[in-house]
Ligand binder design. Structure first.
Ligand code: ZN
Length: 146
């Protein structure tokens, strides 16, 4: 999947990640790709898990969601909305959380606190590598935290 988030407009982004499924598919592809390793037992074979795009270890049966270990672990509102907030934050679209909350029909507090979480990731990344561009994919998958 070729990605050029930086050149996308917010509208294009919302079309690309329009549903929970679009987001989960993206997270699963980026998180595991072809190199699945079970977190519990280290096995590299899996089958489809109980949930959409989750993977289940064929040895210990541990079922891992595509969200685990990403910025969206524990996120309690629609993934497509969370993706959109992350996109805005990473690409410096200065839209107030009031405006985001209106667009997404989420509580302003929800938008504000998720936006804060993303900003913290961006700040952490800027600290470790000041010259590095803020890359949405890195932020989403928390790759900056080693
Ligand atoms: Zn396992």
């Amino acid at each position: 999947m070729e990605l050029s988030f930086t050149h996308m407009t917010p509208e294009e982004f919302r079309v690309k990640f329009a549903s929970e499924e679009d987001c989960l598919r993206f997270l699963a592809e980026k998180k595991w790709g072809k190199t699945y390793i079970c977190k519990k037992c280290g096995n590299t074979n899996y089958c489809k898990g109980k949930h959409l795009y989750s993977r289940r270890c064929t040895r210990c049966k541990h079922d891992e969601s595509a969200k685990v270990g990403t910025l969206f672990e524990g996120c309690r509102f629609g993934l497509e909305k969370a993706f959109y907030i992350a996109f805005l934050a990473c690409n410096n679209h200065h839209i107030s959380t009031y405006e985001i909350s209106r667009q997404l029909q989420l509580r302003q507090m929800t938008c504000w606190s998720f936006n804060k979480k993303i900003q913290e990731c961006i700040d952490a990344r800027s600290k470790t590598d000041a010259n590095k561009k803020i890359d949405l994919e890195q932020i989403l998958l928390k790759k900056h935290i080693k």
